[in-house]
Write a protein that binds this ligand. Structure first.
Ligand SMILES: [Zn+2]
Length: 201
């Protein structure tokens, strides 16, 4: 049976491991890369290799090329605020609003039992401990999507935080973000307003 030359087939196999990319799409993407020529392939593979030294910040679990990320290392920020987000892309989105100047905790997912994502798979306990250990934290802002998974995750985070720190205020982004909407697609003005008008839970 005819097959592609091995290096091309290997690329197709690797591309097909990306989320949302099926075998046919992987084939199309790989052939596209091949057609773009050597310079494109080299730039692309150099970019892939370039991220090998990027890891996770030890304090907030955001992406970082250093053990402690740029945000956590910034002593000028408001230490009384801790914003809890689903993923590193949400840190960027919240930062771009210009309405928040505290620190972060990145959960790396939302509770979703159907997809086998349980509370213990996320950084919920670490986030709760962080709220306690850094006693300056007075408010935890849950910048988490208004979805079924988002609601469940907020309950788990709030519960974990209250178990070890009963005095901390816990709030969630206000209306303005439509129910079911995704924070990372919200425009900056809408998200900024939702941060300002956050509601205590
Ligand atoms: Zn950090």
């Amino acid at each position: 049976m005819y097959n592609y030359p091995y290096p091309l087939q290997k690329l197709i196999n690797e591309v097909s491991k990306l989320p949302g990319v099926g075998p046919k799409m992987a084939e199309r993407i790989s052939l596209y890369i091949l057609k773009r020529g050597q310079t494109f392939s080299e730039t692309f593979s150099a970019a892939l290799l370039g991220i090998k030294d990027i890891g996770w910040c030890k304090k907030c679990f955001n992406v970082s090329s250093e053990p402690i990320c740029e945000i956590c290392a910034d002593t000028e920020r408001n230490g009384s605020l801790l914003c809890v987000v689903e993923g590193p892309e949400d840190v960027i989105t919240v930062e771009r609003t210009g309405k928040y100047n505290g620190y972060y905790a990145v959960l790396h997912g939302l509770v979703n039992p159907l997809n086998n994502v349980l509370p213990e798979n996320l950084k919920i306990r670490e986030t709760a401990e962080k709220a306690n250990l850094t006693s300056k934290v007075k408010e935890i802002i849950l910048a988490i999507n208004h979805t079924v998974e988002g609601d469940a995750t907020c309950l788990y985070v709030a519960d974990a935080v209250r178990q070890i720190n009963t005095s901390v205020k816990i709030s969630r982004l206000a209306k303005g973000l439509p129910s079911g909407s995704d924070i990372k697609y919200a425009d900056e003005a809408t998200l900024g307003q939702a941060i300002i008008e956050r509601k205590e839970i």
